[in-house]
Design a protein around this ligand. Structure first.
Ligand code: 6PG
Length: 235
């Protein structure tokens, strides 16, 4: 599959770390409402991590998401039960949906606790829409997004949209979307704060084609929602 990767992200930076979550919530919220006005609905794919948790808490406080016109998906999940402290689904239930999960099956959970991980991955592939309208991605300091870690075989898949993967820390088994979902998404938002991640992103800009070494390069065509400490590293 030939991909033309845009290597100039749109960078939106908050003036301080404290203001990052509010800016991210407003920026992504505007895109959600624009998608709904165009299509009548919006599919939002959520990510795990502490950075995303700040965004979810901000949305929960403001109750600003039009959840009735939305469907929610996950970009990855740890192979633990949903009530486990490490579960991304559990994180979202404790934050974004602390006041109650949207009804009518609007939230599609990855059943990553299933010991047959490939069967669970294939079931989730069947749930995914042809295209995700808005994809959220956190980034690790190794440049991973979702659970696509540097030099992972999963990065080479061109046909699958969800795969079982093993994280670099021993025993960390997960399900993850593949690059096909990332590159096919209508809008991608990369969420990153702090100087260290800013340096990783500056590196990502240098050789945009080397996805294997730095999977976050798959988000070069998206919007990077950064705080000032991260954005300063790009100049
Ligand atoms: C996960 C996430 C992962 C996360 C990054 C950033 O399951 O852990 O999907 O991709 O977004 O590791 O995490 P932090 O925001 O906590 O640095």
């Amino acid at each position: 599959m030939c991909e033309y990767l845009i290597s100039t992200p749109r960078v939106v930076a908050s003036p301080s770390s404290e203001e990052w979550a509010t800016l991210a919530a407003q920026t992504i919220g505007s895109s959600i409402r624009a998608a709904i006005s165009r299509r009548g609905s919006c599919s939002l794919m959520l990510t795990g991590g502490n950075t995303a948790e700040r965004l979810y808490n901000c949305w929960a406080r403001s109750s600003s998401l039009p959840v009735e016109q939305m469907r929610f998906f996950f970009g990855d999940e740890r192979c633990v039960p949903p009530a486990h402290a490490d579960s991304n689904f559990g994180l979202v239930m404790r934050t974004l949906f602390a006041n109650g999960e949207p009804p009518d099956g609007r939230v599609a959970r990855m059943e990553a606790e299933d010991t047959d991980r490939d069967a669970a991955a294939r079931r989730y592939e069947e749930l995914l829409p042809e295209q995700i309208n808005i994809l959220l991605l956190g980034m690790g300091i190794d440049g991973h997004i979702a659970s696509l870690f540097p030099h992972s075989e999963a990065l080479c898949s061109t046909q699958r949209t969800v795969l079982p993967v093993v994280g670099p820390k021993s025993g960390h088994q997960r399900l993850s979307i593949t690059r096909k979902v990332v590159t096919n998404a209508e809008s991608v938002f990369l969420l990153a704060t702090g100087e260290e991640k800013g340096k990783v992103l500056a590196d990502a800009l240098k050789s945009p084609q080397d996805i294997m070494a730095l999977p976050a390069r798959l988000a070069l065509g998206g919007t990077w929602l950064l705080d000032d400490a991260a954005a300063r590293q790009l100049s």
